[in-house]
Unconditional design. Structure first.
Ligand code: PLP
Length: 370
């Protein structure tokens, strides 16, 4: 009888699980910097910067989600740096979204002496992307939906343009995660995820990963991790493995709640704009195609009255926590313009849906806006 491969959701639950009699079903974190070894150090694990068996199960779970090999890093930024160093070398330019995660732009600009020049583009403007790609050997760094404006870019179209220009396409998939969006299937050579957000989802760790199906890039990423030292600690890795078991439940619930909140905000008299892939008419069809199982936990909205009014809304909350980041169990929000280097409208509030009942959150939001 044909026995089908277990789904990625089962892999998220079972990665690392042991079933031999007497073994702990849940593998413990391995806290060591060295392994007993002698002779050829390539034969066995010798030093934990080169590898820690605790990483393996998390990499296996993430790999199953996107049918790829995963390389775990100490943070999303460490993953981004390794990816930029691995791919920007020998290229003149790295094209990044103008409205994407601001620290990706800051990092790319810092890396100029070691790689390519950072050039900002609008990923929804395919003409602009094509023009910039034609100017010289480049790396195309996409992010969709973007943080914090949640704009959706057409990954298949970007992959087509990148491939015609001989440029690798990488996608920061942090907001959607591999559960909701599959960049490698759409033509990207690498998909990046900050596990700090909904993948781990409990606001208690910082980790990141890159996924790829390209063996050359995989080897490069592992080399940059070993030499650069951006390695994941075993305790964080173990917490991430525990968290991945519930990732699917959490991400689906967060997406449903975010959609309910965005829909509610769209008709609120004090709200001047709502940014969410599930309610943005101009890209809704694309978002449904590219993210068929949900639009993610993150939304943003603008209120009347400017920055001071937005700050007052946030301060009035009884349930929603004033904090940055996203993807946690507790709903959080912040006025995004408070960060130097961010380019958000001044009254833009970015909200991350947690796991509380949507009615409680909508009641808190209505109270804050009143
Ligand atoms: N990519 C996106 C879209 C992010 O929002 C963030 C962090 O906010 C990162 C990457 C960086 O991840 P980390 O904070 O884990 O370094």
């Amino acid at each position: 009888m044909h026995y089908p491969e277990p789904s990625a959701e089962s892999a998220l639950i079972h990665a690392g699980t042991r079933r031999d009699r007497g073994e702990p079903v849940v593998p413990p974190p391995l806290l060591t910097s060295i392994f007993a070894s002698a002779g050829d150090p390539g034969q066995y694990p010798a030093y934990a910067r080169n590898g820690n068996p605790t990483w393996r199960a998390v990499e296996e779970a993430l790999g199953a989600l996107e049918r790829a090999e995963a390389v775990l890093f100490s943070s999303g930024q460490a993953a981004s740096m390794a990816l930029m160093l691995a791919l920007a070398d020998g290229r003149e330019r790295i094209l990044l979204p103008r409205d994407g995660y601001f620290n990706a732009r800051v990092l790319a600009a810092k890396l100029v002496p070691h790689g390519a020049q950072a050039v900002l583009v609008d990923l929804q403007d395919l003409g602009e992307v094509e023009r910039e790609l034609r100017r010289g050997p480049a790396l195309l760094w996409a992010e969709t939906p973007t943080n914090p404006l949640l704009r959706v870019a057409d990954l298949s179209a970007l992959a087509g343009l990148a491939s015609a220009a001989g440029a690798p396409l990488v996608v920061d998939n942090t907001v959607a995660t591999g559960l909701l969006q599959q960049p490698l299937d759409l033509g990207a050579v690498a998909s990046l995820c900050s596990l700090t957000k909904s993948a781990a989802g409990h606001s208690d760790l910082i980790l990141g990963a890159v996924l790829t199906r390209d063996p050359g890039l995989l080897a490069e990423l592992r080399t940059w991790r070993t030499l650069g030292g951006g390695i994941a600690g075993p305790m964080e890795t173990w917490l991430a493995l525990r968290s991945l078991k519930t990732m699917s439940l959490r991400v689906r619930r967060q997406s449903a709640t975010a959609l309910a909140i965005a829909t509610h905000l769209a008709s609120h008299p004090r709200v001047t704009a709502v940014h969410y892939p599930g309610t943005c008419a101009s890209t809704l069809e694309l978002a449904r195609k590219q993210m068929p199982d949900g639009f993610g936990p993150l939304l943003s909205f603008e209120v009347d009255g400017g920055a001071a009014a937005a700050d007052a809304v946030i301060a009035a909350a009884r349930l929603i926590v004033p904090a940055t980041s996203f993807g946690g169990a507790e709903t959080t929000w912040e006025r995004r313009g408070r960060w130097p280097g961010e380019v958000a409208p001044e009254s833009l509030i970015r909200l991350s849906s947690g796991l509380e009942p949507a009615e409680d959150l909508i009641a808190d939001i209505d109270h804050c806006l009143a």
